[in-house]
Design a protein around this ligand. Structure first.
Ligand code: ATP
Length: 565
């Protein structure tokens, strides 16, 4: 998997473009092209069908504690500002950011170390002046090579690095500590920090800027919510926020859903929609964008069954990615350690994928599955909550009143059968549609060889999408543009088009037409040839096995329907 090749294919064939590209692009924003929009819609459609539309509430799904009901919602992006105050986003949805004093770039504080591992100058510097020792934790350092690098290549690659700006001064501190460092085992992380530190006695060891090697400021807080105003006046009272997650729209409508439908606990509410986060360091293609789409479920259940439901959703969501083609070698389910858990949660797991841009052994989050207990419903009922010992209590301001007042609406659930009144617990599987789309794209990319139009083996690029996700389901070709073949092919195309996204192509040698479809992941190519005119059969070629079968024209749509289930 080579990220550069994937990005270039995505642009060349119309999967993903940079937003506002003709004006130089806008960092953190992306557009989906004609094929990309089909792929992403298929990802969202597969999710919706599996979670909502196709859910059978009459049977107990494998592994589930019981039957359950499932409904959907589509909420507005801008909501009452109190929603974000009670949910905690207004006070807590902060990242710590650091700015580079030399190149002025901004970084999320917790991204600096992972970014350094991928940084071009850091990798080049380490390669030039270290050699691996007994273990990766015990490299050997060559200070002459480091000095040389700083005077030559470093000037271009890392102009902000202390070692480049003042090689002698910077190396002096390292030389002094080197014997003791080497005896205890010296790591590349530590070496990089020495290279970034001019005055160790004053500043301590510093972490360099991943872009230019320069000095980073202390971490400062930064709220991730985009602000806007509703109405004519840009005053504080009219300030509103673009939602940073779709989940809150579900919580504030929980009572509407209960009152307008006959759902009973346990039940889930799903939503797919745009979210916005003013990410400090958008990066890794669409992985970290400022505008993205989420696919979220809030599942409401009795507190006593919530641990079992948490396990069910965690395992089921993990399987979903495997079922749609991600390989188990690149996918992992990572349970958070107790220390990592939000204070109200009794379990959170991330579903993670080894994207090609991740350093070896590292993964990027596709989806988080969290046990949220009664935190969200209580927050919207009572007001913003904080932890007090083992309890959640309403946070109060200096005047002793709630800091952010809740809706005051009763969000308890009354169970008619048990006559019990309780605030349901919530399990939240929260997935990113763009990250899933990117993972499916990366996983699908293959280079192999297949016979060309003359039957000789030739290199090909192929996207091996699961047929359900493939942007184009089948391509229809007349073998030649004469002898009545186009007419038959066009009729078949017209019939299939009513149900499937199919593509008609009569241009060029058939082998070349296959290649064009392989490159965008079309699973089947159907060719009308001379024999079709005699016995009404066509060939259907499989993208992955390259096998061609003859089937009757009448069987094509039912075969496609079967393969796309
Ligand atoms: P990260 O730690 O990567 O910032 P997060 O833990 O803040 O992610 P959540 O708040 O759990 O993410 O959001 C749920 C899902 O929404 C994520 O698993 C991811 O798929 C998606 N998501 C979150 N932020 C972004 C983003 N900036 N760009 C694209 N997708 C995102």
């Amino acid at each position: 998997m080579d990220m550069e090749k994937i990005v270039s294919l995505c642009k060349r064939r119309g999967f993903i473009f940079q937003s506002s590209e003709i004006y130089g692009g806008l960092n953190g924003f992306w557009d989906y092209g004609p094929l990309g929009v089909e792929l992403k819609r298929n990802v969202k459609e597969a999710w919706w069908r599996d979670m909502v539309a196709g859910h059978n509430e009459l049977i107990v799904p494998a592994g589930a504690p019981s039957t359950y009901q499932m409904v959907g919602l589509d909420c507005s992006i801008i909501m009452h500002p109190q929603v974000w105050k009670c949910s905690g986003h207004y006070d807590l949805f902060h990242d710590f950011m650091q700015t580079c004093r030399q190149c002025k770039k901004l970084f999320r504080a917790d991204h600096v170390t992972p970014m350094l591992k991928e940084s071009a100058w850091a990798l080049a510097w380490l390669e030039a002046c270290t050699s691996p020792g007994a273990s990766p934790e015990q490299v050997t350092f060559d200070s002459n090579a480091a000095f040389d690098w700083a005077r030559k290549k470093g000037k271009k690659l890392a102009p902000g690095l202390a070692l480049v700006r003042n090689p002698q001064g910077t190396l002096a501190a390292l030389a002094e500590d080197l014997p003791s460092l080497q005896s205890s085992g010296i790591t590349s992380d530590v070496l990089l920090r020495y290279a970034a530190t001019e005055q160790k006695s004053v500043t301590g060891l510093q972490t360099p800027c991943p872009a230019c090697g320069g000095d980073l400021t202390e971490p400062r807080e930064f709220n991730l919510m985009f602000e806007t105003y509703t109405g004519a006046l840009q005053s504080d009272e009219n300030k509103a926020f673009l939602r940073p997650e779709t989940a809150q729209g579900i919580f504030v409508n929980y009572k509407n859903v209960l009152d307008s439908t006959r759902v009973k606990v346990p039940f889930g509410i799903c939503q797919v929609g745009k979210s916005f986060r003013n990410e400090i360091t958008p990066r890794n293609y669409t992985f970290r964008s400022r505008e993205f789409e989420q696919m979220e479920l809030e599942f409401f259940c009795h507190p006593s069954t919530s641990p079992a439901w948490y396990q069910y959703w965690r395992d089921r969501r993990f399987r979903w990615y495997l079922d749609h083609g991600l390989s188990k070698e690149r996918l992992q389910l990572r349970e958070h350690e107790a220390a990592e858990l939000a204070h109200y949660s009794c379990g959170t797991a991330d579903i993670e994928y080894a994207f090609p841009f991740c350093a070896p052994g590292e993964f990027g989050e596709l989806e988080g599955v969290a046990h949220r207990a009664d935190f969200d419903l209580r927050s919207h009922q009572e007001g913003k909550l904080v932890k007090d010992g083992n309890n959640l209590v309403v946070e109060t301001g200096p005047d002793g009143k709630p800091k952010h007042r809740g809706s005051g609406k009763d969000l308890n659930y009354f169970d008619e059968q048990s006559r019990e009144r309780f605030v349901p617990h919530v399990i939240e599987p929260s997935a990113g549609a763009d990250r899933a789309t990117l993972a499916f794209l990366c996983e699908a990319y293959y280079e192999d060889t297949a016979p060309d139009e003359n039957g000789k083996p030739a290199d090909r690029v192929v996207l091996r999408f699961h047929p359900r996700l493939a942007p184009i389901k089948a391509a229809i070709f007349p073998l030649v543009k004469k002898e009545g073949m186009p007419e038959v092919a066009q009729q078949l195309y017209g019939e299939l088009k009513r149900e499937f996204n199919v593509f008609y192509d009569d241009g060029g040698a058939v082998g070349r037409r296959y290649r064009r479809q392989d490159e965008v992941g079309t699973p089947y190519c159907i060719t009308v040839d001379g024999q079709t005119l005699q016995d009404q059969t066509v060939t259907i070629r499989d993208r992955d096995t390259l096998k061609q079968d003859r089937i009757h024209l009448k069987e094509v749509s039912s075969l496609l329907r079967e393969k796309l289930r």
